[in-house]
Design a protein around this ligand. Structure first.
Ligand code: NAI
Ligand code: AKG
Length: 521
């Protein structure tokens, strides 16, 4: 398979400069062709200039045309066929069913946003008609719509090379909102990024949109990404990755002459709470299901169950016994990059050497870049005394906390940082006790789920894939699901604007019959 490793800017392929670098085959460590060269500062500047130039035209594209564009991207991604799947497997070490599934999710996500755009409710149209006779003062005519914020910079995630990358949720929701998108490709899967970027670039041309609507820039390091984040024409940032990377971008965004929002999804250990009746009735069954979730994708999910909380007793013993029986059957699996593998091994070693932590079980030993799954346990008192035990170890490692009683379990939850998910395993007779935990969980997490695990986020209208810091940089939003479009919109009110100058959707005729509220109804 051949494809261009050039940057994609303004509808053209633009070769980068500097020392060439290559993607690495995750399973073998060997270099993959072709060579990539990082984008230059001038190319970053040009991508921003073209995005700014395209903005006013693109944000006013008819909704049907914008929806067709999203559908065209989906179609073009599918048209890449097996070339995309094989390249993506090589770069990430993720198996075929996972990549094919993720491609389906990516395409489904683009199509969902196409439908959201067609329906038009995202525009949030509101009309408060004038009341000239109102006493003591007449009321002006007020009409509101939400417009796109401006060019959005997207940093793709290493662990979801399709669904959270070049044409992933951040890109799809920003394009749906009417924002041009500049993607800084993740250096761990540049070939996958080039293929998907080409699919988007072709869709821009096929749909007759301004070429600045999309750009894809490569770099091995971080300087171009930082430059883009600081560019005054970039209006918002979407990011999925490490806490360090996300907070660095938050810092850049907050200290610019014009600060901008950063929507970063970063770090989460996703507490799993095992309630007493459920543990007693089916502790062993939950233990087996837990191991499957823990080891999925070598544990490289931000929704991975990294923390298990339960009141100590025979039910928890049954859970641990089942998990300890299942885990040694799980083979070590290739991790995404040498850096992620190293960080995982260091995180595991830190837990191993902590005197308050015992190793309960581990999976099969791996070679090279493979991560060996592992399960640890500690006490509630030890966990509360050592904040390091609450830090994410990205990979298939988890820590079970034996709590003395429900009060201690609640105190452990209270002490946690913000999380993406919390999973409750419970039976009907656990309801009363669970009700007491819900206010804590609502304050701590973006999604509370029952009798399941958080891995594998459903892309829908009622999904929240977000949570208080450090799960994300802004817990008021989500990066998955149709609500993600809200991140890239802002309201504008038109007061006493002549009908001839109003946006069409706010005129009395409302020719597309878009949904809108009148006087709040
Ligand atoms: N919670 C989550 O969803 C995820 C967490 N991670 C964590 O991140 C670690 C490293 O994985 P990566 O995917 O490489 O994440 P990363 O945060 O290092 O990189 C993500 C993207 O941000 C860029 N970047 C990183 N630091 C930057 C900085 N200071 N300024 C500007 N751009 C920067 C990188 O070039 C890349 O494009 C993992 O070991 C894991 O701990 C990784 C993936 C997902
Ligand atoms: O669990 C999922 O489907 C999504 C996980 C995710 O967002 C991530 O790992 O970055």
């Amino acid at each position: 398979m051949t494809f261009s490793s050039d940057n994609l800017i303004g509808g053209e392929r633009v070769p980068g400069a500097g020392a060439p670098w290559r993607a690495v085959e995750a399973a073998t460590g060997s270099a993959l062709e072709p060579a990539f060269a990082s984008a230059t500062a001038e190319q970053a500047e040009r991508a921003c200039a073209l995005a700014a130039e395209a903005f006013d035209t693109y944000r006013e594209t008819p909704l049907q045309a914008r929806a067709d564009f999203l559908d065209a991207i989906a179609r073009n991604i599918l048209d890449l066929g097996d070339d995309l799947v094989t390249r993506c497997m090589a770069e990430t070490g993720l198996p075929r069913p996972r990549i094919e599934g993720e491609r389906g999710r990516t395409v489904g996500q683009l199509r969902m946003f196409a439908e959201v755009v067609r329906r038009g409710a995202f525009l949030g149209l509101r009309v408060d008609p004038a009341q000239p006779e109102r006493k003591p003062l007449p009321r002006p005519d007020l009409r509101l719509r939400r417009i796109a914020v401006g060019p959005v910079l997207v940093f793709g995630a290493s662990n979801f090379p399709l669904a959270f990358s070049v044409a992933g949720g951040d890109t799809a929701s920003a394009l749906a909102a009417g924002c041009p998108v500049i993607v800084k490709a993740h250096p761990a899967h540049p070939g996958t990024s080039a293929l998907v970027g080409g699919a988007i670039q072709r869709a821009v041309a096929e749909c007759g949109l301004p070429a600045g609507v999309f750009a894809l820039l490569f770099e091995e390091g971080i300087a171009i990404g930082q430059r883009l984040a600081a560019d005054p024409r970039v209006a918002a940032i979407g990011f999925t990755g490490s806490r360090r990377g996300g907070t660095a971008l938050m810092q850049i965004a907050a200290t610019r002459a014009t600060p901008i929002p950063v929507y970063a999804e970063m770090s989460s250990i996703n507490p799993v709470v095992l309630m007493p009746a459920a543990l007693q009735a089916r502790g062993a069954e939950i233990g087996k299901a837990f191991v499957a979730s823990l080891t999925l994708g070598s544990g490289q999910f931000c929704t991975n169950p990294g923390l298990v909380l339960a009141v100590d007793g025979p039910g928890l013993d049954a859970f641990l016994a089942a998990a300890s029986e299942a885990l040694p059957n799980v083979a070590a699996a290739t991790m995404l990059t040498p850096g992620i593998h190293k960080a995982y091994c260091e995180g595991v070693a830190a837990l191993e050497s902590n005197p308050a932590v015992e190793r309960v079980a581990q999976g099969q030993e791996g070679t090279g870049q493979q991560g060996q799954p592992v399960l640890f346990a500690t006490t509630g008192a030890a966990f509360r005394a050592d904040h390091r035990l609450g830090e994410e170890v990205f990979g298939a490692a988890s820590l079970v906390v034996r709590c003395a009683d429900t009060n201690e379990l609640r105190a452990v939850l209270e002490g946690l940082e913000g999380q993406l998910t919390a999973a409750l395993h419970m039976d009907p007779s656990d309801h009363v006790e669970t009700r007491g935990l819900l206010p804590v969980l609502e304050r701590k997490v973006g999604r509370i789920l029952v009798n399941g695990f958080g891995t594998g986020v459903e892309v829908g209208h009622a999904m929240v894939h977000g949570g208080p810091f450090p799960a994300t940089s802004d817990g008021r939003t989500t990066s998955v699901g149709s609500l993600a479009i809200d991140r890239f919109l802002r309201p504008v009110s038109y007061q006493d604007m002549p009908e001839a100058l109003l946006p069409e959707a706010l005129t009395d005729a409302n020719p597309a019959q878009l949904p809108r509220s009148v006087d709040g109804a």
